[in-house]
Structure formats: C-alpha cells, structure tokens
Ligand binder design. Structure first.
Ligand code: SF4
Length: 175
C-alpha cells in the first residue's frame, strides 16, 4: 500500500500517530535530512524506528515530529547530538511512569544521566520487557516546545526538586 493509499479517508481512520507509515527515505525527505543521518540518530538512541518483517526501518507521524524537533535543536537552538541526548537522558522517567523504589534501584536510568532510559542496558523489572515506543516517557522529547512547561509542572508539584543544581553544558562545542 502506498503512502497515498494509507492517507485515504477510510484507511486513515484506522491508524494513529504511532502507526509505522514511512520508509527511511520518505522520512528523510519529510524532515529535510538524509538517510544516513537518520541512521546515525538511531545509533545514538534519539529515535527508535519500527522494523518491518523484512528488516526495513519504518517511521510513524510521531517519529516525523520527533525528527523535526531534533533538526530544530541542531539547526536553530545551537545544540549538538550529545546535548540532545543529554536532554533526553534528564527526563525523570521514574516520576512520569512512575515506578517502584525497587525498580529505581535496579535501573541505570535512575542512577545515571548518561543515556535516555530507553537506551540503558540495566532496566528495572517494570521496563525490562516493555516496548519503549509505546511508552509516554519515550514520546516526551517529541514535544520539544513543551519541555519547559513539563518541568515547571513537575517542580511546582514537588516531584522534581528545583534546587538549582548545575546542569551539563548542552551547547555545541564543534561546528
Ligand atoms: S518503558 Fe522504556 S521509555 Fe518507558 S520509562 Fe521504561 S525504559 Fe523508559
């Protein structure tokens, strides 16, 4: 089925924004980037594409929004890939999911800020077998214009301490 067919009214009623629709080539066109760049984003853990039974990568509307957000961080906000990864790694998944203290203690996402939670090798029991693409925590970085509102909300409800602790430098060091 072509993308155009999928977009037809009857077919569109049965899909949502996380349904895989686009090949990596189409995703590159839609986001103004290249196939190899999208593969690099995947390698760095910024996006998790669906895999067709043939092994080909497939991308959803939600992935397209996420890729455009990554491009915006790179092109207009002066971040580099490491900075974007750090932003994603700082999402407090244990508050948002939320998970038990036992889960937290056995999960690298709680104890380090080096990788986004969906990339850590040691996950708590609750996340061990989860499909991260269907998790609301994974989709938070899709909302790149909303992140501040999210953190403000968490701080106001006391769920994340607003103690002014220094954050890692996110700005581009290389051209
Ligand atoms: S299911 Fe995946 S994305 Fe969701 S909190 Fe667990 S590790 Fe993170």
């Amino acid at each position: 089925m072509s993308t155009q067919d999928i977009r037809s009214e009857s077919a569109y009623a049965t899909i949502d924004r996380t349904t895989p629709l686009y090949t990596i080539g189409i995703a590159a066109q839609l986001t103004g980037t290249t196939v190899s760049t999208i593969r690099m984003y995947e390698e760095k853990g910024l996006v998790i594409p669906h895999k067709a039974p043939s092994g080909h990568r497939q991308f959803s509307d939600s992935d397209i929004v996420r890729l455009r957000c990554i491009r915006e961080h790179l092109d207009k906000r002066g971040l580099n890939i490491a900075g974007i990864k750090t932003l994603m790694s700082l999402v407090p998944c244990w508050v948002l999911k939320p998970c038990s203290e036992e889960d937290q203690q056995s999960c690298d996402a709680y104890t380090t800020s080096m990788e986004p939670c969906w990339m850590v090798s040691r996950k708590g029991p609750e996340c061990e077998t989860a499909d991260c693409r269907t998790c609301s925590v994974y989709h938070i970085p899709d909302r790149c214009h909303d992140l501040k509102a999210l953190y403000k909300g968490l701080i106001m409800t006391g769920e994340v301490p607003g103690d002014g602790a220094p954050t890692p430098s996110l700005h581009r060091k290389e051209v």
